[in-house]
Design a protein. Structure first.
Length: 287
């Protein structure tokens, strides 16, 4: 029993001496059972090693959580951070500007004072878009017209349920007008649901006339030429992509002519009035 008491006393003294030694080395408030609360700098120092890597493209360190979110510290912890800020283009919702729009159209044309049927019109125009609202370029039209002079040659009769009236063609004439012109066109903004536009053009116009009199067996063929101009205004309805439907009214002013010498040797000039108004409907696209 005495030996047990002696051993307990010695053990107690040893524990007390060890506790005093620990208290003198770690400070008066340290305890072997205390939880150490490390600050942000201490945590960063523990995660990111000191010194700069030899490779400037070394991998970045692990992710660190801060009060505002997650971020990643570069592997180098030297006094300076050099981070590149990169931006990625989000693009534009606006469609790219059409570089060279082209328009294919069909319509009709009525000669002033012609007194006959309207003419058929087909044409094409196109050119570079020098501004989002201004286009310049060239184009041409084909204006075709034909007229027949007929007389009733007999009484109407029925054949197979269809009434047939015999007619006799006395003469036939046709006119083909080709305006070749340079143009300037101004249009509204392409984001509009309906786009207004207007233009003016000028150039050389060729007119081919031909006629035949079946009673006298006489025929006539002549070519006329002269300068003229056009003006138009219309509306465009955008479709998918860079195409749109167009409709316009236009005015044509020209007086093609030719030089003629009669059998007596007298020279004179013949002139044809090609003035008139019409309408054109078509499709415009870009490329």
């Amino acid at each position: 029993m005495r030996h047990m008491r002696t051993m307990l006393a010695v053990a107690t003294l040893a524990i007390a001496a060890n506790t005093a030694a620990l208290a003198s080395s770690s400070g008066p408030t340290a305890s072997p059972f205390a939880i150490q609360n490390l600050g942000f700098e201490t945590t960063l120092a523990a995660i990111v090693p000191s010194g700069s890597p030899s490779d400037p493209n070394a991998a970045r360190g692990p992710a660190v959580s801060s009060g505002s979110g997650w971020w990643r510290e570069p592997a180098s912890t030297s006094g300076t951070r050099n981070d590149a800020i990169r931006y990625r283009s989000r693009g534009s919702r606006r469609a790219p500007m059409v570089e060279s729009p082209a328009q294919l159209h069909l319509g009709f044309f009525d000669y002033d004072g012609g007194g006959g049927s309207s003419s058929f019109v087909a044409g094409l125009r196109g050119g570079p878009q020098v501004d989002p609202h201004i286009q310049v370029g060239g184009g041409f039209d084909w204006v075709h017209r034909s007229d027949d002079q007929t007389v009733v040659a007999g009484d109407p009769y029925t054949q197979g349920g269809t009434v047939i009236t015999p007619t006799r063609v006395l003469s036939r004439a046709s006119a083909n007008l080709f305006p070749f012109q340079l143009f300037l066109q101004v249009s509204g903004d392409e984001n509009m649901p309906v786009i207004p536009f207007g233009g003016i053009s000028g150039g050389y116009q060729l007119l081919f006339l031909s006629a035949e009199d079946f009673a006298t067996q006489n025929s006539f063929d002549a070519t006329f030429g002269g300068w003229g101009w056009q003006a138009w205004g219309g509306l465009g309805i955008p479709l998918s992509g860079q195409s749109r439907l167009t409709g316009e009214v236009f005015l044509n002013q020209a007086a093609p002519e030719r030089e003629v010498t009669d059998p007596n040797g007298i020279a004179y000039r013949e002139r044809v009035d090609a003035d008139g108004v019409g309408a054109r409907f078509g499709l415009q696209w870009g490329f």
